[in-house]
Design a protein around this ligand. Structure first.
Ligand SMILES: *[C@@H]1O[C@H](CO)[C@@H](O)[C@H](O)[C@H]1NC(C)=O
Ligand SMILES: *[C@@H]1O[C@H](CO)[C@@H](O)[C@H](O)[C@H]1NC(C)=O
Length: 149
């Protein structure tokens, strides 16, 4: 793992009868494993989908582990998770740090679990020179409180 650069992170929750956008709930709290400068986790949950660096949550560089966690406050039945990763266009910074990311859901927080104790919804298998997509809609029909990238 390597330092990641997170961007606006939006997830939606759907029940059998209605869909709710949990990214907009005031009780939804974001944290990340470390912070680069002032680019704290809340920037991934502010409704701003601009994906250049200053609008994104960003973990510190040179860490062997990097994660972003969404705490929904209580258990929810999740339908899908949308990720908007840092994207600065064809001439800007490239999303090589996003290679081989994975998305887990869990009933316990990231600091209390290792990946094997969680449920994996997605594994990116991109290797150099290829780059993962920066906008990803991941189906994840599970019940959980924490979403961990
Ligand atoms: C959820 O909220 C975000 C931020 O306001 C918005 O960009 C996104 O389109 C919404 N998603 C849905 C499914 O409503
Ligand atoms: C990545 O590889 C794993 C293991 O082979 C597989 O389960 C997973 O579906 C792959 N991910 C994608 C997005 O294809």
């Amino acid at each position: 793992m390597r330092a990641f650069v997170w961007t606006a992170f939006v997830w939606t929750i759907r029940t059998a009868y209605c869909y709710e956008n949990l990214s907009r709930r005031p009780t939804t709290k974001l944290t990340q494993s470390s912070t680069y400068g002032s680019l704290n986790a809340d920037l991934a949950n502010d409704g701003v989908l601009n994906t250049i660096e200053k609008y994104c949550a960003h973990t510190a560089i040179s860490h062997t582990k990097a994660w972003l966690q969404v705490d929904l406050g209580k258990m929810f039945s999740i339908n899908n998770v949308n990720i908007f990763y840092r994207n600065e266009g064809n001439t800007g910074w490239k999303q090589y740090r996003f290679r081989q990311f994975y998305l887990d859901i869990s009933t316990l927080r990231a600091t209390e679990t290792t990946a094997v104790q969680r449920t994996r919804c997605y594994t990116d298998n991109t290797t150099a020179p290829y780059l993962p997509s920066t906008t990803i809609d991941i189906p994840c029909k599970e019940t959980a409180r924490y979403i961990i990238v």
